[in-house]
Ligand binder design. Structure first.
Ligand code: PMP
Length: 460
């Protein structure tokens, strides 16, 4: 195996060493090892480079997280300065530090006024683990300890740790060991696949009313909260019909069930508002955050609590029996501050709302509405999905949609663009800093990948 002249290993060496020791996320390890993973060695702005020197436009902002793109000097310098000043300290010993205090101040200046406190974590999964215990604790404190059950949605995704997996609705994840008591599920509001003859609005109401039926079945005295992504990410970038969220909110309020928004993807500008629930027009009691909080430069997440919950927990709750070594890590906090200031001061979220987001959405529809493989286009701001359809008129999906969308994603890599495939949907979620020219490039290359996919099916 050869070494490259610049002293880094060759692609083959990286792949061999990786195969020897590393279990990757959500793939058949043996198959991956046989193929060899792409080795990504560099990122700058919207672009990534692999170890063969090939450049890709990253249409997925990493894993829906690099809001500012790669290699921002201000974030790098914030991390470096903080490491020199105070590389680590904890919040266990009746202590705090300036970075985390300043971050909280900034975070709540961006959130709507109904929120007042946050529990910091290091990932989205942890935010949702904390969610379950915090919601149950809240009900204990206010004298309703029987309210323990969390209701999630089939095909929802809330992370890979045990309780986050259980609350999520990915059955193949449950099979690996991920079911817990006191967790229930209702259907996802995926009209294209499951809407039948109903209009999207009728279907949205029907899906929302499943929540009411489930609460009545379990007993509202036993239900603690309902958790969902404002738009479903890993489960296919599915936007619910407009009737859905208002009805969900009405039901949660009626039965005093906490409404918990998982904004790990939706938070920090993705839909052109700071938080996705603002775009969809509902008011959750908790907001799970991660990813865009630091633009993915370092791990950090959190669970944001409404004033009602925080007041009960702080004033009457006694000891909050929870803590993570790295909660509110000073380096992560310093990076988050730099990230949020850049998003705010460079008006990046506003630009997604008024300029780049509408541009992406308009061009996408112009380019793909008549495409032979595309049955539906959904999205807003800097997130979008193309639904593959075998027959557009009847909304018939391809039998092998998983295989076809994977092929399209692979052709995307060949064309120099990274888009994601999820069952029969192609997903894009570029960094929020994408320019019009970069959006053009993203769409041109995606179009080429889609055309080649259509040709491979004899539909070019
Ligand atoms: N919630 C949602 C909605 C997510 O999309 C993800 C990750 N994609 C998570 C939670 C889990 O976050 P993490 O991978 O940081 O644990």
């Amino acid at each position: 195996m050869k070494m490259q002249s610049n002293d880094s290993y060759s692609t083959e060496v990286w792949q061999t060493m990786d195969a020897a020791h590393h279990i990757h996320a959500f793939v058949d390890q043996k198959k991956l090892n046989a193929e060899g993973p792409r080795v990504i060695v560099k990122g700058e702005g919207m672009y990534l480079w692999d170890s063969e020197g090939k450049r890709y436009l990253d249409g997925m902002s990493g894993l829906w997280c690099t809001q500012l793109g790669y290699g921002r000097r201000d974030l790098i310098e914030a991390a470096s300065r903080q490491m020199e000043q105070l590389s680590y300290y904890n919040m266990f010993f009746h202590t705090t530090h300036p970075a985390v205090v300043e971050l909280s101040e900034l975070l709540f200046s961006l959130l709507p006024g109904r929120y007042s406190h946050v529990v910091y974590t290091n990932s989205g999964s942890e935010s949702n683990e904390v969610l379950i215990r915090t919601v149950r604790r809240f009900w204990q404190v206010v004298g309703k300890p029987s309210k323990r059950i969390m209701i999630g949605r089939w095909n929802g995704y809330h992370g890979s740790t045990l309780a986050a997996t259980a609350m999520g609705g990915m059955k193949f994840m449950h099979e690996m060991g991920g079911m817990l008591p006191d967790i229930a599920h209702i259907d996802e509001p995926y009209w294209y696949a499951h809407g039948g003859d109903m209009t999207p609005e009728e279907f949205g109401l029907r899906c929302a009313r499943q929540l009411e039926e489930k609460i009545l079945e379990l007993g509202s005295d036993n239900v603690a909260g309902f958790v969902a992504e404002p738009f479903q990410g890993a489960g296919g970038m599915i936007f619910p019909p407009e009737s859905y969220w208002p009805e969900i909110q009405r039901i949660c309020r009626k039965y005093d069930v906490l409404l918990c928004a998982d904004e790990v993807i939706g938070g920090f500008g993705r839909c052109g508002e700071w938080f996705a629930h603002q775009h969809f027009g509902f008011e959750p009691d908790t907001v799970s955050i991660a990813k865009g909080l630091t633009s993915g430069y370092v791990p950090m997440g959190g669970l944001v609590l409404s004033r009602r919950m925080a007041e009960a927990l702080v004033e009457q709750g006694g000891v909050f029996a929870h803590g993570l070594t790295y909660s509110g890590h000073p380096v992560a906090a310093a990076v988050a501050i730099a990230n949020l200031k850049a998003l705010r001061d460079e008006q990046i979220v506003e630009r997604v709302k008024t300029d780049t987001g509408p541009y992406l959405q308009r061009c996408l529809r112009e380019l793909f509405s008549d495409h032979p493989l595309v049955g539906e286009i959904q999205g807003t701001g800097m997130v979008a999905a193309l639904q593959l359809a075998d027959d557009k008129a009847t909304r018939k999906r391809f039998e092998k949609e998983d295989e076809i969308s994977w092929r399209c994603r692979t052709l995307g890599f060949e064309e120099g663009v990274i888009i994601r495939s999820t069952l029969g949907r192609m997903i894009m979620a570029p960094a929020l800093v994408a320019s019009h020219a970069e959006i053009d490039e993203l769409l041109d290359k995606t179009r080429r990948a889609m055309d080649r996919t259509a040709q491979s099916l004899g539909r070019g």
